[in-house]
Design a protein around this ligand. Structure first.
Ligand code: RIB
Length: 297
């Protein structure tokens, strides 16, 4: 069984600000830091740091050295990462004094996937292999259809949610990991139980992890519902906290751990990521997560 994450890689430009600016306002930032990030890459790095071998597929641009180095440092397999001679995916992120962020995303090379490249990547994967996807690349509908034909188990983090997802056959998804905003965008409900029930009605072959920020997370498979509270920490930067949760949950599930264990590992890993700046650099190793869980007892 192999694990493929086909997703975005972004250079994150992170500006520390007093407050997140509103329309018409100009504000000085006190610091600029440049981190490797992107929902796809963050999740691959979380999987690798959790101890699960993962192939990342995607496209970087001329500014992609920092992203390739992040893969090397964390042990993410780069065999399916290509490079194009144009500007790559990047973000402008404001982080305020309360650790809240807001993100402007420029797709760049993340939006340049082709059918040929997708076919080339998926040719090496088959029945029972896992495919992890988010919504920061183009061709998602095609990737889902092809992977499903090959009987891969498709895991989707429908983030950021937009109309492109309407073109995807979400009935082919094995596991959804989503937050309450995405849950509302898909089902029209705000309440967590209504979201989970509506998701289970709409996608009866799937299971779901719904994250609720400081209110914890729920797993639901249409029958069993399991809750995991957060581990409270002083937040420094919430960027990649959700991706860390996603990567660690998937890693634990692939390793055959119980859902409760997987949720606990994911919540702990994500709490550590929140207490550190940046996207991929904030993601803890599995040893850090295990030690912190022992200390927490
Ligand atoms: O989920 C966090 C990520 O979203 C950041 O690293 C940024 O690149 C955006 O894609």
């Amino acid at each position: 069984m192999k694990v493929l994450n086909y997703g975005s890689l972004n250079v994150d430009y992170v500006y520390t600000v007093d407050h997140i600016i509103v329309g018409g306002e100009t504000e000085h930032s006190s610091k600029l830091e440049v981190f490797s990030g992107g929902k796809g890459l963050n999740q691959s790095i979380a999987l690798a740091k959790a101890g699960v071998p993962v192939y990342h597929a995607g496209i970087v641009g001329i500014d992609g050295d920092i992203l390739l180095e992040a893969c090397e440092d964390a042990g993410v397999n780069k065999k399916y990462i290509r490079r194009l001679p144009v500007k790559g995916g990047h973000t402008m992120i404001q982080v305020d004094k309360n650790a809240q962020n807001c993100i402007i995303l420029y797709g760049g090379t993340n939006q340049m996937q082709t059918k040929e490249f997708v076919d080339e990547v998926l040719a090496d994967f088959g029945e029972g292999d896992y495919l992890i996807l988010q919504n920061e690349i183009n061709m998602l509908d095609y990737i889902i259809d092809k992977a499903y034909e090959k009987k891969m188990k498709i895991i989707l983090n429908p983030s950021p949610f937009d109309e492109k997802l309407d073109n995807c056959d979400l009935g082919k998804i094995y596991l959804f990991l989503l937050n309450e905003i995405e849950g509302e965008q898909i089902t029209g409900y705000k309440d967590k139980d209504q979201i989970l029930n509506a998701m289970a009605d709409k996608f009866p072959n799937a299971r779901f992890v719904l994250t609720l920020g400081s209110d914890g997370a729920f797993y639901y498979d249409g029958k069993v519902k399991i809750f995991q509270d957060i581990f409270k920490v002083k937040a420094v930067d919430t960027t990649a906290a959700g991706d860390t949760f996603t990567g660690y949950f998937i890693a634990a599930m692939i390793e055959g751990r119980s859902v409760s264990d997987a949720l606990r590992m994911a919540a702990k890993a994500s709490s550590i990521a929140v207490s550190r700046p940046g996207a991929t650099p904030s993601i803890p190793t599995v040893d850090e997560v295990k030690k912190s869980l022992i200390d927490h007892r």
